[in-house]
Design a protein around this ligand. Structure first.
Ligand SMILES: Cc1ncc(COP(=O)(O)O)c(C=O)c1O
Length: 388
């Protein structure tokens, strides 16, 4: 047998997002491609982590996370969402939402299992499913509000369907699933006996008075729902790698075994930092996040319009999909490269989020940037207008 990489390597090739970041760096541009937030980390989170470091909290923690963090999470879900969870048995702290999702898929999906995924999708979800030989089955949401019907759900289900995957608020669409939509999904999951994986990493980025709802909170859903979220976005600590899965104890135990196997534990000195943030910051912190990012959204979307790129205002998260059909190039990759070369602003081609990019001709910009950087990007984008 010749030396070579495994077959599963094909499903985890370098993503377009990374490719655009590399090109942006090479050209010295402003990177609005990656979902890395520049906003400051709350002081209490930093102090909690430095205190833990000064106390030499350097060893492995419990594989499911330190007790204090799991208790703070249980308290958050009780007070904020009316969800009662057992911190001892129903929470697994992992290496980011990404680690939690990977462990949840490992624990609950078999090769060949189909998972219904909404399109546009977050590429990691698809690559993770592919890497584990599960099969994503796509349900295309209808723009501009990214809606779907009961008939769409029924058309996607088969005897091999084991789960449905939601991302609310969504990357890249910004879609915030309404309670009625989640109830439709809950009824469907109940009828076909499916797991529901719900990635809620952008739960605190909500605009125009919208509220976050989790399918976990719907009657009868906790036994089949795996809620995944984390601190990367809420506390601007993408590199700390702390997220979690909340689920019924049976699933949490299996998810925990995989977490132990792959990551052993989340970073020990950083867990007290995010626990301190959870325990200390009140609703006003979370509301101010939405307000601050809502301001950035409005500022950036206005600039897109002025630059001749149509975009529907996102409902949540911190990305916007902009129509680039009129720009030169035959693929959205060409068009994103055109924008980068002419303006020095990097975006992500629609090919990263759609199976057939030409259905939509969209690129995604991330506006989670310092106001100074965002202003500079807005100004640079005007060059697209000048070239019309
Ligand atoms: C939908 C979604 N889920 C998860 C993540 C990653 O979260 P974490 O840093 O907690 O792994 C991202 C990051 O961009 C994301 O967009």
């Amino acid at each position: 047998m010749a030396l070579g990489t495994s077959e599963r390597c094909r499903s985890v090739l370098q993503s377009d997002i990374r490719m655009m970041s590399v090109e942006c760096h090479r050209l010295g541009g402003i990177n609005l491609s990656q979902g890395v937030c520049d906003t400051p980390v709350p002081g209490v989170v930093l102090e909690g982590a430095s205190h833990a470091l000064s106390q030499r909290q350097n060893s492995y923690t419990h594989y499911a996370g330190i007790g204090g963090l799991r208790e703070a999470l249980a308290e958050k879900y009780r007070t904020m969402y009316g969800i009662d969870v057992d911190p001892q048995q129903e929470i697994v702290v992992s290496a980011g939402a990404t680690g939690a999702m990977y462990c949840a898929f490992q624990a609950l999906l078999n090769p060949g299992d189909e998972v219904i995924v909404f399109e546009p999708y977050y590429g990691y979800h698809i690559s993770t499913l592919n890497a584990l030989q599960a099969v994503p089955v796509f349900l295309s949401l209808t723009s501009p509000d990214w809606t779907f019907s009961e008939a769409d759900l029924e058309a996607a289900v088969s005897s091999r369907t084991r789960a449905i995957l939601i991302n609310t608020p969504g990357n890249p669409s910004g879609k915030v699933f309404t309670l009625a939509e989640l109830q439709r999904i809950a009824d469907f999951a109940e009828e076909h006996d499916l797991f529901v994986f719900t990635d809620e990493i952008y739960e605190h980025f909500l605009y125009d008075g919208r509220r976050h709802h989790s399918p976990f909170a719907l009657p009868g859903m906790r036994k089949r729902t795996v809620l995944i979220s984390g601190f990367s976005k809420t506390f601007s600590v993408t590199g700390w790698r702390i997220g979690y899965a909340i689920s019924d104890a049976r699933w949490a135990q299996a998810i925990g075994y995989f977490n132990d196997l792959v990551y052993v534990c989340a970073p020990s000195a950083l867990q007290p930092g995010v626990a301190a943030g959870l325990a200390t910051l009140d609703t006003s912190y979370y509301l101010s996040l939405s307000a601050e990012y809502g301001f950035k959204r409005n500022r950036f979307c206005r600039a897109l319009g002025e630059a001749g790129l149509n975009a529907v205002l996102p409902q949540g998260a911190y990305y916007v999909l902009a129509d680039v059909s009129h720009l030169p190039g035959s693929t959205t990759r060409d068009k994103a490269m055109h924008i980068l070369r002419t303006t020095g602003v990097a975006s992500v081609p629609g090919s990263a989020f759609f199976r057939n990019e030409n259905d939509q001709h969209l690129v995604r910009f991330c506006y989670a940037k310092d106001d100074v950087v965002l202003d500079a990007a807005c100004e640079r984008l005007m060059k697209l207008k000048e070239m019309d």
